[in-house]
Design a protein around this ligand. Structure first.
Ligand code: ATR
Length: 269
């Protein structure tokens, strides 16, 4: 990688800037394709100042993650349709001084699903109604999935379902809906380290042919996915979503379709 006066800088704004795998993923592809871009961490404490820095330093784009996905919205100049609907931003692009926020989380999730199954016409249960669920819900609906949102707090499920235009219910609906469901996605934090002994789906409810995806990435194999696998279901790990939301961002950063296998290999290292 040769840095020169023309190099476009892509920054990372997020609390996980020290441990993020994104540097390896993007820089490997910039190198491979001979693109004059570099992906670097920024230590951001005050998001307003962080956004001012994008403007004043002419940074080409930034990847955005926790805790700035919502707070960054009011400092940019515009939002694309995905960011607007989801109500969160995971990428900001500097278009000749105009900063536009986007969000690739939902579409990345659907890409991960589509590696294993069609979504169109399939019955999908989405567990959760928080930020992650919001991103996935719109993308699944766009793809033609028959969506039901189930959440511990019924009002939140109802609210999101109203905006998306789908069915909703409480978690107790799981046992009734599971036998006829094709895809189940956990978009809650249940099962995440250190509480790894938890899952929202009882093992007896899984059936062969079901596709089960979890957004929880630590541990990689959550209790939900372990039990689904043992029951003959197809499982999708959270790192596939991470990969695909990154692939979509790459296109936004550079305008170029990245070689997915290079990004995948860099992520695995
Ligand atoms: P994120 O932005 O990561 O989605 P969030 O907005 O805090 O995080 O949402 C967390 C989701 O996990 C919510 O749907 C939450 O359910 P409630 O709306 O009832 O709070 C769900 N969740 C968290 N802990 C849970 C638990 N122990 N059982 C069931 N659902 C849980």
């Amino acid at each position: 990688m040769k840095i020169n006066g023309e190099t476009k800088i892509i920054g990372f704004f997020g609390a996980t800037y020290k441990t993020s795998k994104m540097y390896a993923m993007y820089n490997a592809v910039f190198e491979k394709l001979g693109l004059n871009f570099v992906y670097v961490p920024f230590v951001v404490e005050d998001i307003k100042k962080g956004v001012e820095a994008i403007r004043s330093l002419g940074i080409h784009a930034v990847g955005v993650t926790i805790p700035f996905k919502i707070s960054i919205m009011r400092h940019v100049d515009g939002l694309d349709q995905d960011a607007k609907r989801i109500g969160a931003v995971n990428v900001v692009v500097n278009k000749n001084g105009k900063l536009i926020g986007g969000n690739t989380d939902g579409k990345g999730g659907v890409k991960a699903l589509k590696e294993k199954t069609m979504v169109k016409g399939k019955k999908v249960i989405l567990l959760g109604a928080g930020g992650a669920a919001r991103a996935l819900a719109f993308a699944i609906k766009d793809e033609g999935g028959e969506l039901t949102i189930l959440n511990r707090t019924l009002d939140d499920a109802k609210e999101l379902a109203k905006r998306v235009g789908c069915q909703f219910g409480g978690l107790e609906k799981l046992s009734e809906l599971m036998p006829t469901t094709n895809i189940v996605i956990n978009s809650t934090s249940v099962g995440m380290f250190p509480d790894i002994s938890k899952s929202l789906v009882e093992k007896k409810l899984f059936h062969k042919g079901l596709v089960v995806m979890d957004i929880v990435s630590n541990p990689k194999e959550t209790k939900l996915l372990k039990e689904a696998k043992e029951s003959g279901c197809q499982v999708i790990f959270a790192d596939r979503m991470l990969l695909w939301q990154g692939v979509l961002k790459f296109k936004i950063y550079t305008g170029v379709e990245p070689p997915v296998e290079v990004m995948e290999a860099a992520l695995k290292k």
